[in-house]
Write a protein that binds this ligand. Structure first.
Ligand code: URA
Length: 210
């Protein structure tokens, strides 16, 4: 079982994250770094997946070789910034099923408002990994995980790039059964719900919008 919180301290992850945080990093570089870092984070979030063996024949002899057990994983992206993490992870796990949850944050209340939800079938039989680069207030993340649970999912992991202590606490309160994997835990949220020091708006930096 993964711990409730895993901070991936690997030097490559930390180096790439620093480059992403810098305000002068271009959109193209930001996107490339996010794709690269998502591969490294995917490696961590898929630790301890249940394994089985398959009887195979190598050119030399038969063996019982390890394979991931069960139905294909479900990767669920919280739109729109989640798609940046999703693209990289799909390179590593191309057979995964993919879902999308659309939530925007009401700028006044900071509460999530759902506008889209499309999940793979048989969520009850899949391990689901919810992806969103920024775990800020935790309200959207907690709402997305609740949607997955309503669809039957019982084994859910949450993957982000940066987390605020407030978001971690919110997730722990709402979903203590959902382990979080992140590259860093920052200091706090500002009055607009941005992670400080953070990296700004992940979606804007990824897509070159303002
Ligand atoms: N979403 C972002 O993109 N950045 C933050 O700092 C918080 C939420």
């Amino acid at each position: 079982m993964l711990d409730h919180l895993t901070v991936v301290s690997h030097p490559l992850v930390q180096h790439k994250l620093t480059l992403m945080r810098e305000k002068d990093t271009s959109t193209a570089s930001f996107r490339k770094l996010l794709r690269e870092i998502s591969l490294l984070l995917a490696y961590e979030v898929t630790r301890e997946l249940p394994m089985t063996t398959k009887r195979i024949e190598t050119p030399l002899e038969e063996m019982d070789a390890p394979m991931i057990e069960g139905k294909k994983l479900a990767l669920v992206s919280i739109l729109r910034a989640g798609n940046g993490l999703l693209d990289g992870i799909l390179e590593l796990i191309p057979a995964a099923r993919v879902g999308f949850v659309g939530l925007y944050r009401d700028p006044e209340t900071l509460q999530p408002v759902q506008y889209y939800c499309k999940l793979p079938e048989h969520m009850e039989d899949r391990i689901a990994i919810v992806v969103d680069p920024m775990l800020a207030t935790g309200n959207s993340s907690a709402a997305a995980v609740s949607l997955l649970k309503q669809a039957g999912a019982r084994q859910i992991r949450f993957l982000c790039l940066l987390a605020a202590p407030e978001g971690i606490a919110r997730m722990k309160e709402a979903h203590p059964d959902v382990p979080i994997v992140t590259a860093a835990v920052d200091s706090h949220l500002n009055d607009h719900g941005y992670i400080v020091p953070g990296l700004g708006d992940a979606g804007d930096r990824m897509f070159g919008t303002k």
